[in-house]
Design a protein around this ligand. Sequence first.
Ligand code: C2E
Ligand code: MG
Ligand code: MG
Ligand code: MG
Length: 276
Amino acid sequence: KAKEQGKNRYVLYDKDMDKAFSERMIIEKLLHTAMEKGEFEVHYQPQFDIQTQKVTGLEALLRWKSSELGNVSPVKFIPVAEDTHLIIPLGEWVLNQACIFIKELHDKGLKDLTVSVNISTIQILQSGFTQKIIDIIDSYKLNPECIELEITETILIESFTTVLKKLNKLKGMGIRIALDDFGKGYSSLNYLKQLPISTLKIDKSFIDSVSTDEEGRTITRHIITLGRSLGMTIIAEGVEYTEQLEYLKKYNCDRIQGYLFSKPLPGEEVKKLLNV
Ligand code: C2E
Ligand code: MG
Ligand code: MG
Ligand code: MG
């Protein structure tokens, strides 16, 4: 036995591994029935114009309230949904919900509001992906320019040319593409050059560092300048403090999204916030 050999550290490590593994198994099992049980909901986090402080858009964020596990974070269940390809029907459901909600807001007079939906690599690589997206948006008679798809850099490591072709087609239809979590991964500047990106979302880790170190501040303001000179709209993610807001404003960041202004909210609360 490891413990008898005085290797307590390894025993603990094994237990943690075991726990993570069985938790994953449970999530996987429950995910399969979560949809039919109606356990998913979409919340929306408002994005604000940094100058006017008005809401310009909403990011759709999936929420899962499991009857057995309670609220499960997307950080935990999205990777499982991706591995099992459940993200394909789930992602389609999120897009439909987001379209229904933004349509309702447009009908109430908020014509310029956009909605952003996170899209996984698995979805993009699926055959017929672009047509499916176009058909969904069409079915609600929405202006494609009000829909933004958020992709991450990890998407791009695999199958760059395939992804590029599909994104170009969507962009050609007027749909906006946002590069999410910029700076978190490998951040190839080549992606900025080649992909049809309308919006650059600076990762929260850089926004955090605005409060803590000079290097973080320097990189953040140069990302803003770089993105803006490429004609992109810049959104700062995870803004929690006034000093971050002030810094971002000073260096011409376009929009902010973060707890300082609003957490992700259920649709009904978003409507209250927007007075509709
Ligand atoms: P993301 O797309 O980068 O979304 C932003 C995350 O940051 C959200 O976490 C949001 O609640 C959180 N956040 C926003 N402002 C603040 C802040 O000021 N402080 C802090 N601490 N956090 C903030 P959430 O909702 O837990 O989602 C986590 C990730 O899960 C998302 O990161 C996205 O990658 C993924 N995800 C969520 N919904 C979907 C979905 O429908 N489809 C796919 N494919 N992925 C999704
Ligand atoms: Mg996102
Ligand atoms: Mg992000
Ligand atoms: Mg993300």
